[in-house]
Design a binder for this molecule. Sequence first.
Ligand SMILES: *[C@@H]1O[C@H](CO)[C@@H](O)[C@H](O)[C@H]1NC(C)=O
Ligand SMILES: *[C@@H]1O[C@H](CO)[C@@H](O)[C@H](O)[C@H]1NC(C)=O
Ligand SMILES: *[C@@H]1O[C@H](CO)[C@@H](O)[C@H](O)[C@H]1NC(C)=O
Length: 505
Amino acid sequence: MSLRLLSWLLLLLDLFRHEVPGAQADPVTLPSAASSLVWGPGLETNVVLPARFFYVQAADSSGRNLTTSPGEKTFEVKMVAPVEEFTRIWIQVLDRHDGSFLVRYRMYATYTDLHIHVLLKDKHVAKSPFILKGPVYHEGCDCPQPSGSVWEAHMHCPQSFPQIDRDLAIYSSVDPDLNAQEIPQRFGQRQSLCHYTIKDNRVYVQTFGEHVGFRIFMDAILLSLSRKVQLPDMEFFVNLGDWPLEKRKPTERMHPIFSWCGSNNTRDIVMPTYDLTESVLETMGRVSLDMMSVQANTGPPWPEKNATAFWRGRDSRQERLELVKLSRAQPDAIDAAFTNFFFFKHDEGLYGPLVKHVSFFDFFKYKYQINIDGTVAAYRLPYLLAGDSVVLKQDSGYYEHFYTELRPWEHYIPVRADLGDLLEKIQWARDHDEEAKKIALAGQQFARNHLMGSSIFCYYYKLFQEYAKLQVTEPKVREGMEHVEQPSDDLFPCSCHRTRAKDEL
Ligand SMILES: *[C@@H]1O[C@H](CO)[C@@H](O)[C@H](O)[C@H]1NC(C)=O
Ligand SMILES: *[C@@H]1O[C@H](CO)[C@@H](O)[C@H](O)[C@H]1NC(C)=O
Ligand SMILES: *[C@@H]1O[C@H](CO)[C@@H](O)[C@H](O)[C@H]1NC(C)=O
Protein backbone atom coordinates (compact mmCIF):
# COMPACT_ATOMS: atom_id res chain seq x y z
CA MET A 1 0.00 0.00 0.00
CA SER A 2 1.34 3.40 -0.91
CA LEU A 3 1.98 5.93 1.80
CA ARG A 4 -0.54 8.19 0.18
CA LEU A 5 -3.29 5.62 0.36
CA LEU A 6 -2.38 4.84 3.94
CA SER A 7 -2.70 8.44 4.97
CA TRP A 8 -6.08 8.65 3.26
CA LEU A 9 -7.20 5.61 5.16
CA LEU A 10 -5.99 7.05 8.41
CA LEU A 11 -7.80 10.27 7.69
CA LEU A 12 -10.98 8.36 7.00
CA LEU A 13 -10.60 6.40 10.19
CA ASP A 14 -10.05 9.59 12.07
CA LEU A 15 -13.17 11.15 10.61
CA PHE A 16 -15.10 8.05 11.48
CA ARG A 17 -13.82 8.12 15.04
CA HIS A 18 -15.15 11.63 15.43
CA GLU A 19 -18.45 10.73 13.88
CA VAL A 20 -19.22 7.86 16.19
CA PRO A 21 -19.99 9.72 19.42
CA GLY A 22 -22.38 12.01 17.53
CA ALA A 23 -24.12 9.05 15.99
CA GLN A 24 -24.49 7.40 19.36
CA ALA A 25 -25.71 10.55 21.12
CA ASP A 26 -28.87 9.31 22.66
CA PRO A 27 -31.74 11.77 23.08
CA VAL A 28 -32.51 10.20 26.46
CA THR A 29 -28.95 10.47 27.81
CA LEU A 30 -29.02 10.22 31.56
CA PRO A 31 -27.28 12.81 33.68
CA SER A 32 -24.67 11.63 36.12
CA ALA A 33 -24.25 13.05 39.61
CA ALA A 34 -20.47 12.85 39.47
CA SER A 35 -20.06 14.45 36.02
CA SER A 36 -22.64 17.22 36.28
CA LEU A 37 -21.33 20.68 37.11
CA VAL A 38 -22.41 23.11 39.79
CA TRP A 39 -21.07 26.67 39.95
CA GLY A 40 -22.06 30.29 40.50
CA PRO A 41 -22.18 33.22 42.93
CA GLY A 42 -24.94 31.64 45.03
CA LEU A 43 -22.38 29.18 46.41
CA GLU A 44 -20.36 32.02 47.91
CA THR A 45 -21.03 33.52 51.31
CA ASN A 46 -20.12 37.05 50.34
CA VAL A 47 -22.28 37.52 47.29
CA VAL A 48 -25.28 39.05 49.03
CA LEU A 49 -28.18 39.52 46.61
CA PRO A 50 -31.96 39.84 46.93
CA ALA A 51 -32.16 36.46 45.21
CA ARG A 52 -28.94 34.46 45.23
CA PHE A 53 -28.35 32.09 42.33
CA PHE A 54 -26.13 29.36 40.96
CA TYR A 55 -26.13 26.97 38.01
CA VAL A 56 -26.24 23.23 37.42
CA GLN A 57 -25.11 21.79 34.10
CA ALA A 58 -26.27 18.23 33.52
CA ALA A 59 -23.60 15.98 32.02
CA ASP A 60 -23.63 12.27 31.25
CA SER A 61 -21.28 9.75 32.81
CA SER A 62 -18.65 10.38 30.14
CA GLY A 63 -18.66 14.09 30.98
CA ARG A 64 -20.59 15.25 27.96
CA ASN A 65 -22.98 18.14 28.60
CA LEU A 66 -26.64 17.46 27.99
CA THR A 67 -28.14 19.97 25.55
CA THR A 68 -31.79 19.25 26.22
CA SER A 69 -33.69 19.05 29.47
CA PRO A 70 -33.37 15.77 31.37
CA GLY A 71 -36.64 16.72 33.11
CA GLU A 72 -37.64 19.62 35.29
CA LYS A 73 -37.38 17.63 38.51
CA THR A 74 -34.00 16.02 37.79
CA PHE A 75 -32.09 17.94 40.44
CA GLU A 76 -33.25 18.58 43.94
CA VAL A 77 -31.79 21.36 46.06
CA LYS A 78 -32.01 21.47 49.85
CA MET A 79 -30.59 24.03 52.22
CA VAL A 80 -29.90 23.63 55.89
CA ALA A 81 -28.50 25.98 58.47
CA PRO A 82 -27.29 23.56 61.16
CA VAL A 83 -26.96 26.17 63.90
CA GLU A 84 -30.38 27.78 63.55
CA GLU A 85 -33.58 26.06 64.50
CA PHE A 86 -35.48 26.91 61.33
CA THR A 87 -34.26 27.59 57.82
CA ARG A 88 -36.45 30.08 56.03
CA ILE A 89 -35.30 29.96 52.45
CA TRP A 90 -37.40 29.90 49.33
CA ILE A 91 -35.67 27.81 46.65
CA GLN A 92 -36.56 27.44 42.98
CA VAL A 93 -34.85 25.19 40.47
CA LEU A 94 -35.47 26.67 37.03
CA ASP A 95 -35.09 24.41 34.01
CA ARG A 96 -33.44 26.32 31.17
CA HIS A 97 -34.28 23.46 28.76
CA ASP A 98 -30.77 23.43 27.33
CA GLY A 99 -29.35 20.90 29.77
CA SER A 100 -28.64 23.53 32.39
CA PHE A 101 -30.57 24.73 35.41
CA LEU A 102 -30.67 28.00 37.28
CA VAL A 103 -31.16 27.61 41.01
CA ARG A 104 -32.29 30.70 42.85
CA TYR A 105 -33.08 31.25 46.48
CA ARG A 106 -34.26 34.07 48.66
CA MET A 107 -33.22 34.03 52.30
CA TYR A 108 -35.46 35.71 54.86
CA ALA A 109 -32.91 35.61 57.66
CA THR A 110 -29.16 35.56 58.18
CA TYR A 111 -27.53 32.21 59.00
CA THR A 112 -24.43 31.22 60.89
CA ASP A 113 -23.56 28.66 58.21
CA LEU A 114 -25.45 27.39 55.22
CA HIS A 115 -25.24 23.93 53.70
CA ILE A 116 -26.47 23.58 50.13
CA HIS A 117 -27.26 20.07 48.93
CA VAL A 118 -27.63 19.51 45.21
CA LEU A 119 -29.01 16.03 44.65
CA LEU A 120 -29.70 13.74 41.75
CA LYS A 121 -31.82 10.81 42.86
CA ASP A 122 -30.51 11.24 46.43
CA LYS A 123 -26.90 11.28 45.25
CA HIS A 124 -24.79 14.38 45.79
CA VAL A 125 -23.98 16.21 42.55
CA ALA A 126 -20.41 17.36 41.86
CA LYS A 127 -18.89 18.71 45.11
CA SER A 128 -22.22 18.90 46.94
CA PRO A 129 -22.81 19.59 49.80
CA PHE A 130 -21.56 23.15 49.41
CA ILE A 131 -20.76 24.72 52.75
CA LEU A 132 -21.07 28.48 53.05
CA LYS A 133 -19.17 29.53 56.15
CA GLY A 134 -21.14 32.38 57.62
CA PRO A 135 -22.41 34.64 58.69
CA VAL A 136 -24.40 34.35 55.48
CA TYR A 137 -26.26 37.67 55.35
CA HIS A 138 -29.69 38.08 53.79
CA GLU A 139 -30.82 41.00 51.64
CA GLY A 140 -32.47 42.82 54.51
CA CYS A 141 -29.41 42.77 56.73
CA ASP A 142 -27.82 46.19 57.12
CA CYS A 143 -24.20 45.10 57.15
CA PRO A 144 -22.04 46.98 54.67
CA GLN A 145 -18.60 45.70 53.73
CA PRO A 146 -16.34 48.63 54.71
CA SER A 147 -13.98 48.20 51.78
CA GLY A 148 -15.38 48.83 48.33
CA SER A 149 -12.54 46.97 46.63
CA VAL A 150 -13.06 43.90 48.84
CA TRP A 151 -16.76 43.98 48.02
CA GLU A 152 -16.08 44.29 44.29
CA ALA A 153 -13.71 41.34 44.45
CA HIS A 154 -16.32 39.27 46.29
CA MET A 155 -18.90 40.18 43.66
CA HIS A 156 -16.50 39.45 40.78
CA CYS A 157 -17.25 42.88 39.36
CA PRO A 158 -15.56 43.77 36.06
CA GLN A 159 -12.68 46.25 36.20
CA SER A 160 -14.64 48.81 34.24
CA PHE A 161 -17.80 49.42 32.26
CA PRO A 162 -17.36 51.14 28.89
CA GLN A 163 -20.54 53.18 29.28
CA ILE A 164 -19.45 54.57 32.66
CA ASP A 165 -16.07 55.54 31.25
CA ARG A 166 -17.74 57.24 28.34
CA ASP A 167 -20.34 59.09 30.41
CA LEU A 168 -17.84 60.41 32.93
CA ALA A 169 -15.06 61.20 30.47
CA ILE A 170 -16.69 64.53 29.64
CA TYR A 171 -16.39 65.73 33.24
CA SER A 172 -12.95 66.62 34.53
CA SER A 173 -14.56 67.53 37.85
CA VAL A 174 -17.92 67.84 39.55
CA ASP A 175 -18.72 70.58 42.05
CA PRO A 176 -21.47 69.55 44.49
CA ASP A 177 -21.84 73.10 45.90
CA LEU A 178 -22.36 74.61 42.48
CA ASN A 179 -24.64 71.81 41.26
CA ALA A 180 -26.80 72.12 44.38
CA GLN A 181 -27.53 75.70 43.28
CA GLU A 182 -27.62 75.44 39.53
CA ILE A 183 -29.35 72.15 38.75
CA PRO A 184 -32.59 72.83 40.68
CA GLN A 185 -32.68 76.30 39.10
CA ARG A 186 -32.21 74.96 35.62
CA PHE A 187 -34.41 71.84 35.76
CA GLY A 188 -36.27 71.93 39.06
CA GLN A 189 -39.39 73.70 37.83
CA ARG A 190 -40.32 71.78 34.73
CA GLN A 191 -38.72 68.38 35.35
CA SER A 192 -39.02 65.85 38.13
CA LEU A 193 -35.71 65.40 39.86
CA CYS A 194 -34.22 63.92 43.02
CA HIS A 195 -31.22 65.44 44.69
CA TYR A 196 -29.42 62.76 46.69
CA THR A 197 -26.62 63.00 49.19
CA ILE A 198 -24.85 59.96 50.55
CA LYS A 199 -23.03 60.80 53.75
CA ASP A 200 -21.53 58.19 56.10
CA ASN A 201 -23.39 55.57 54.09
CA ARG A 202 -26.75 57.15 54.88
CA VAL A 203 -29.10 58.31 52.13
CA TYR A 204 -30.67 61.80 52.05
CA VAL A 205 -32.97 63.19 49.39
CA GLN A 206 -34.82 66.27 48.24
CA THR A 207 -37.28 66.11 45.36
CA PHE A 208 -38.12 68.75 42.77
CA GLY A 209 -41.11 68.79 40.44
CA GLU A 210 -44.49 67.13 40.57
CA HIS A 211 -44.10 63.53 39.47
CA VAL A 212 -41.66 62.10 41.91
CA GLY A 213 -43.24 58.69 42.48
CA PHE A 214 -40.46 56.93 40.59
CA ARG A 215 -37.97 57.90 43.28
CA ILE A 216 -38.97 54.67 45.06
CA PHE A 217 -36.77 52.74 42.63
CA MET A 218 -33.76 54.97 43.28
CA ASP A 219 -34.33 54.95 47.04
CA ALA A 220 -34.57 51.16 46.96
CA ILE A 221 -31.33 50.54 45.07
CA LEU A 222 -29.41 53.05 47.20
CA LEU A 223 -30.67 51.48 50.42
CA SER A 224 -29.97 47.98 49.17
CA LEU A 225 -26.46 48.87 48.00
CA SER A 226 -25.63 50.71 51.22
CA ARG A 227 -26.61 47.62 53.23
CA LYS A 228 -24.00 45.66 51.27
CA VAL A 229 -21.09 48.03 50.86
CA GLN A 230 -19.93 51.32 52.29
CA LEU A 231 -20.75 53.95 49.65
CA PRO A 232 -18.51 56.94 49.05
CA ASP A 233 -19.80 60.31 50.24
CA MET A 234 -21.39 61.94 47.23
CA GLU A 235 -24.06 64.23 45.94
CA PHE A 236 -25.91 63.75 42.67
CA PHE A 237 -29.13 64.43 40.77
CA VAL A 238 -31.43 61.78 39.34
CA ASN A 239 -33.85 62.54 36.53
CA LEU A 240 -37.15 60.78 37.27
CA GLY A 241 -38.64 61.45 33.84
CA ASP A 242 -38.41 59.33 30.70
CA TRP A 243 -36.29 61.63 28.55
CA PRO A 244 -32.65 62.41 29.18
CA LEU A 245 -32.13 66.12 29.93
CA GLU A 246 -28.63 67.46 29.36
CA LYS A 247 -28.61 68.82 25.80
CA ARG A 248 -25.62 71.12 26.16
CA LYS A 249 -22.39 70.43 24.36
CA PRO A 250 -19.13 69.61 26.13
CA THR A 251 -17.90 73.09 25.19
CA GLU A 252 -20.70 74.61 27.26
CA ARG A 253 -21.21 74.31 30.99
CA MET A 254 -22.85 70.90 31.43
CA HIS A 255 -24.58 69.47 34.47
CA PRO A 256 -24.18 65.83 35.43
CA ILE A 257 -27.65 64.28 35.56
CA PHE A 258 -28.23 60.57 36.19
CA SER A 259 -30.93 59.10 33.95
CA TRP A 260 -32.36 55.67 33.19
CA CYS A 261 -31.97 56.19 29.48
CA GLY A 262 -29.37 57.94 27.34
CA SER A 263 -29.65 59.37 23.86
CA ASN A 264 -27.39 60.39 21.01
CA ASN A 265 -28.40 64.02 21.53
CA THR A 266 -27.92 64.28 25.29
CA ARG A 267 -25.14 63.83 27.83
CA ASP A 268 -26.92 62.28 30.77
CA ILE A 269 -25.10 59.67 32.84
CA VAL A 270 -26.99 56.43 32.34
CA MET A 271 -27.93 53.90 34.99
CA PRO A 272 -29.66 50.53 34.56
CA THR A 273 -33.36 51.27 33.92
CA TYR A 274 -35.76 51.45 36.85
CA ASP A 275 -37.49 48.45 35.35
CA LEU A 276 -34.40 46.25 35.37
CA THR A 277 -33.35 47.63 38.76
CA GLU A 278 -36.69 46.83 40.31
CA SER A 279 -36.74 43.37 38.79
CA VAL A 280 -33.37 42.68 40.43
CA LEU A 281 -34.49 43.95 43.83
CA GLU A 282 -37.86 42.20 43.65
CA THR A 283 -36.82 38.87 42.14
CA MET A 284 -38.84 36.21 43.98
CA GLY A 285 -40.81 39.12 45.40
CA ARG A 286 -43.14 41.61 43.77
CA VAL A 287 -42.20 40.97 40.14
CA SER A 288 -42.80 37.87 38.04
CA LEU A 289 -40.75 38.94 35.02
CA ASP A 290 -37.06 39.12 35.84
CA MET A 291 -33.78 38.03 34.30
CA MET A 292 -34.03 34.64 36.00
CA SER A 293 -37.70 33.71 35.52
CA VAL A 294 -37.39 34.52 31.83
CA GLN A 295 -34.62 31.93 31.44
CA ALA A 296 -37.01 29.17 32.44
CA ASN A 297 -39.74 30.35 30.08
CA THR A 298 -38.19 30.59 26.66
CA GLY A 299 -40.90 28.70 24.82
CA PRO A 300 -40.52 25.72 22.50
CA PRO A 301 -37.11 24.72 21.10
CA TRP A 302 -35.88 26.71 18.10
CA PRO A 303 -37.13 24.39 15.31
CA GLU A 304 -40.63 24.43 16.78
CA LYS A 305 -40.88 28.18 17.14
CA ASN A 306 -43.17 30.07 14.80
CA ALA A 307 -41.16 31.82 12.06
CA THR A 308 -43.30 34.97 12.19
CA ALA A 309 -41.82 38.14 13.70
CA PHE A 310 -43.67 39.10 16.83
CA TRP A 311 -44.48 42.32 18.66
CA ARG A 312 -47.02 43.56 21.21
CA GLY A 313 -47.15 46.89 22.97
CA ARG A 314 -48.73 50.29 23.12
CA ASP A 315 -48.76 53.22 20.72
CA SER A 316 -45.97 55.27 22.27
CA ARG A 317 -44.15 56.12 19.02
CA GLN A 318 -44.89 56.74 15.35
CA GLU A 319 -42.77 53.77 14.18
CA ARG A 320 -44.91 51.48 16.27
CA LEU A 321 -47.91 52.61 14.21
CA GLU A 322 -45.92 51.90 11.06
CA LEU A 323 -45.01 48.47 12.36
CA VAL A 324 -48.63 47.52 13.00
CA LYS A 325 -49.66 48.78 9.56
CA LEU A 326 -46.84 46.74 8.03
CA SER A 327 -48.01 43.68 9.95
CA ARG A 328 -51.55 44.11 8.60
CA ALA A 329 -50.19 44.31 5.07
CA GLN A 330 -47.81 41.35 5.58
CA PRO A 331 -49.42 39.11 8.22
CA ASP A 332 -47.35 36.23 6.95
CA ALA A 333 -44.10 37.92 8.03
CA ILE A 334 -45.10 39.98 11.07
CA ASP A 335 -47.59 39.57 13.87
CA ALA A 336 -47.66 43.01 15.50
CA ALA A 337 -50.64 44.47 17.33
CA PHE A 338 -51.51 47.04 19.97
CA THR A 339 -52.61 46.12 23.43
CA ASN A 340 -53.32 49.74 24.29
CA PHE A 341 -53.85 53.16 22.70
CA PHE A 342 -52.87 56.21 24.68
CA PHE A 343 -50.77 58.65 22.66
CA PHE A 344 -52.46 58.59 19.24
CA LYS A 345 -56.03 58.37 18.01
CA HIS A 346 -57.06 54.76 17.63
CA ASP A 347 -58.08 54.30 14.01
CA GLU A 348 -59.33 50.73 13.85
CA GLY A 349 -59.39 50.80 10.07
CA LEU A 350 -55.64 51.36 10.03
CA TYR A 351 -54.41 49.53 13.13
CA GLY A 352 -57.06 46.93 13.75
CA PRO A 353 -58.72 46.24 17.08
CA LEU A 354 -56.79 46.13 20.35
CA VAL A 355 -55.66 42.63 21.19
CA LYS A 356 -55.50 40.95 24.55
CA HIS A 357 -52.33 41.22 26.55
CA VAL A 358 -49.96 38.31 25.85
CA SER A 359 -47.82 36.93 28.67
CA PHE A 360 -44.23 37.93 28.04
CA PHE A 361 -43.12 34.32 28.23
CA ASP A 362 -45.42 33.52 25.30
CA PHE A 363 -43.44 35.90 23.10
CA PHE A 364 -40.90 33.11 22.83
CA LYS A 365 -43.25 30.93 20.84
CA TYR A 366 -41.88 33.07 18.00
CA LYS A 367 -38.39 32.98 16.54
CA TYR A 368 -38.12 36.68 15.75
CA GLN A 369 -38.68 39.41 18.33
CA ILE A 370 -38.99 43.00 17.23
CA ASN A 371 -37.51 45.55 19.63
CA ILE A 372 -38.74 49.01 18.79
CA ASP A 373 -38.47 52.24 20.78
CA GLY A 374 -41.36 53.45 22.87
CA THR A 375 -41.28 56.81 24.60
CA VAL A 376 -37.54 56.17 24.88
CA ALA A 377 -35.61 52.89 24.57
CA ALA A 378 -37.83 49.82 24.97
CA TYR A 379 -36.97 48.59 28.44
CA ARG A 380 -37.90 45.02 27.53
CA LEU A 381 -34.66 44.39 25.62
CA PRO A 382 -32.81 42.64 28.49
CA TYR A 383 -35.65 40.11 28.81
CA LEU A 384 -35.95 39.64 25.05
CA LEU A 385 -32.23 38.90 24.82
CA ALA A 386 -32.44 36.39 27.67
CA GLY A 387 -34.98 34.32 25.77
CA ASP A 388 -33.87 32.02 22.98
CA SER A 389 -35.45 33.92 20.12
CA VAL A 390 -33.44 36.27 17.94
CA VAL A 391 -33.96 40.00 18.46
CA LEU A 392 -34.48 42.33 15.53
CA LYS A 393 -33.44 45.64 17.05
CA GLN A 394 -34.43 48.94 15.55
CA ASP A 395 -31.55 51.39 15.30
CA SER A 396 -32.24 54.03 17.84
CA GLY A 397 -30.91 57.25 19.26
CA TYR A 398 -31.83 55.99 22.72
CA TYR A 399 -29.75 53.54 24.69
CA GLU A 400 -29.57 51.72 28.02
CA HIS A 401 -26.48 51.16 30.14
CA PHE A 402 -25.39 47.99 28.31
CA TYR A 403 -25.97 48.87 24.64
CA THR A 404 -22.35 49.89 24.04
CA GLU A 405 -21.35 46.28 24.60
CA LEU A 406 -23.95 44.83 22.22
CA ARG A 407 -22.83 44.09 18.66
CA PRO A 408 -25.13 44.04 15.62
CA TRP A 409 -25.11 40.68 13.81
CA GLU A 410 -23.46 39.12 16.84
CA HIS A 411 -26.13 39.62 19.54
CA TYR A 412 -29.04 40.90 17.46
CA ILE A 413 -30.11 41.61 13.88
CA PRO A 414 -30.06 45.36 13.21
CA VAL A 415 -33.04 47.08 11.60
CA ARG A 416 -33.12 50.63 10.25
CA ALA A 417 -34.66 53.33 12.46
CA ASP A 418 -37.48 53.85 9.93
CA LEU A 419 -38.04 50.06 9.70
CA GLY A 420 -37.48 50.33 5.93
CA ASP A 421 -35.54 47.05 5.86
CA LEU A 422 -37.53 45.09 8.43
CA LEU A 423 -39.18 42.73 5.93
CA GLU A 424 -35.85 42.18 4.25
CA LYS A 425 -34.21 41.33 7.59
CA ILE A 426 -36.96 38.89 8.51
CA GLN A 427 -36.48 37.23 5.13
CA TRP A 428 -32.73 37.06 5.77
CA ALA A 429 -33.34 35.33 9.09
CA ARG A 430 -35.72 32.85 7.45
CA ASP A 431 -33.17 32.11 4.75
CA HIS A 432 -30.28 31.78 7.24
CA ASP A 433 -31.82 29.77 10.02
CA GLU A 434 -28.57 28.47 11.49
CA GLU A 435 -27.04 31.94 11.61
CA ALA A 436 -30.18 33.43 13.10
CA LYS A 437 -30.16 30.77 15.80
CA LYS A 438 -26.51 31.50 16.52
CA ILE A 439 -27.29 35.20 16.99
CA ALA A 440 -30.20 34.26 19.26
CA LEU A 441 -27.89 32.19 21.46
CA ALA A 442 -25.15 34.83 21.50
CA GLY A 443 -27.72 37.41 22.63
CA GLN A 444 -28.88 35.03 25.31
CA GLN A 445 -25.32 34.44 26.46
CA PHE A 446 -24.76 38.19 26.62
CA ALA A 447 -27.81 38.59 28.86
CA ARG A 448 -26.70 35.71 31.07
CA ASN A 449 -23.21 37.21 31.43
CA HIS A 450 -23.97 40.92 31.71
CA LEU A 451 -27.48 41.51 32.94
CA MET A 452 -27.92 39.38 36.05
CA GLY A 453 -28.47 41.02 39.42
CA SER A 454 -24.83 40.86 40.45
CA SER A 455 -23.80 42.85 37.34
CA ILE A 456 -26.45 45.48 38.04
CA PHE A 457 -25.16 46.01 41.60
CA CYS A 458 -21.59 46.19 40.25
CA TYR A 459 -22.61 48.79 37.69
CA TYR A 460 -24.26 51.08 40.22
CA TYR A 461 -21.36 50.78 42.64
CA LYS A 462 -18.73 51.44 39.99
CA LEU A 463 -20.68 54.42 38.69
CA PHE A 464 -21.00 55.97 42.15
CA GLN A 465 -17.38 55.27 42.98
CA GLU A 466 -16.03 56.82 39.78
CA TYR A 467 -18.39 59.77 40.02
CA ALA A 468 -17.49 60.44 43.65
CA LYS A 469 -13.83 60.73 42.70
CA LEU A 470 -14.66 63.70 40.47
CA GLN A 471 -16.10 65.80 43.30
CA VAL A 472 -14.07 68.88 44.13
CA THR A 473 -16.16 70.18 47.02
CA GLU A 474 -17.43 68.30 50.05
CA PRO A 475 -20.80 66.54 49.55
CA LYS A 476 -23.24 67.90 52.15
CA VAL A 477 -26.62 67.08 53.58
CA ARG A 478 -28.44 70.19 52.30
CA GLU A 479 -31.26 72.11 53.86
CA GLY A 480 -34.57 70.60 52.79
CA MET A 481 -33.23 67.06 52.48
CA GLU A 482 -34.85 64.19 54.32
CA HIS A 483 -33.17 61.04 55.59
CA VAL A 484 -34.25 57.92 53.67
CA GLU A 485 -34.34 55.25 56.32
CA GLN A 486 -33.66 51.57 55.96
CA PRO A 487 -36.91 49.60 56.09
CA SER A 488 -37.60 48.56 59.67
CA ASP A 489 -40.14 45.85 58.90
CA ASP A 490 -37.58 43.11 58.44
CA LEU A 491 -39.02 40.10 60.25
CA PHE A 492 -35.66 38.64 61.14
CA PRO A 493 -33.18 41.23 62.30
CA CYS A 494 -29.57 40.24 61.92
CA SER A 495 -26.48 41.09 63.84
CA CYS A 496 -23.73 42.42 61.66
CA HIS A 497 -20.27 41.11 62.50
CA ARG A 498 -18.42 43.43 60.19
CA THR A 499 -16.42 46.30 61.55
CA ARG A 500 -18.05 49.53 60.52
CA ALA A 501 -15.84 51.87 58.54
CA LYS A 502 -16.04 54.42 61.35
CA ASP A 503 -14.63 51.98 63.92
CA GLU A 504 -11.67 51.26 61.72
CA LEU A 505 -10.48 54.85 61.61
C1 LIG B 1 -20.26 22.07 29.69
O1 LIG B 1 -20.97 23.19 30.18
C2 LIG B 1 -20.21 24.04 31.00
C3 LIG B 1 -21.14 25.07 31.56
O2 LIG B 1 -21.84 25.74 30.57
C4 LIG B 1 -19.06 24.63 30.22
O3 LIG B 1 -18.29 25.49 31.05
C5 LIG B 1 -18.21 23.50 29.71
O4 LIG B 1 -17.19 24.03 28.90
C6 LIG B 1 -19.03 22.50 28.91
N1 LIG B 1 -18.22 21.36 28.64
C7 LIG B 1 -18.05 20.84 27.44
C8 LIG B 1 -17.19 19.62 27.36
O5 LIG B 1 -18.58 21.34 26.47
C1 LIG C 1 -47.56 31.46 13.38
O1 LIG C 1 -48.01 32.69 13.87
C2 LIG C 1 -48.91 33.36 12.99
C3 LIG C 1 -49.16 34.75 13.58
O2 LIG C 1 -49.37 34.71 14.96
C4 LIG C 1 -50.18 32.53 12.86
O3 LIG C 1 -51.09 33.18 11.99
C5 LIG C 1 -49.80 31.18 12.30
O4 LIG C 1 -50.96 30.36 12.25
C6 LIG C 1 -48.75 30.52 13.16
N1 LIG C 1 -48.27 29.35 12.48
C7 LIG C 1 -48.28 28.15 13.03
C8 LIG C 1 -47.71 27.04 12.21
O5 LIG C 1 -48.72 27.96 14.15
C1 LIG D 1 -26.91 56.73 17.63
O1 LIG D 1 -25.52 56.59 17.83
C2 LIG D 1 -25.00 55.29 17.55
C3 LIG D 1 -23.57 55.23 18.00
O2 LIG D 1 -22.84 56.28 17.48
C4 LIG D 1 -25.21 54.98 16.07
O3 LIG D 1 -24.73 53.69 15.76
C5 LIG D 1 -26.67 55.07 15.75
O4 LIG D 1 -26.87 54.86 14.38
C6 LIG D 1 -27.28 56.40 16.17
N1 LIG D 1 -28.71 56.26 15.97
C7 LIG D 1 -29.52 57.27 15.70
C8 LIG D 1 -30.92 56.93 15.36
O5 LIG D 1 -29.16 58.41 15.77
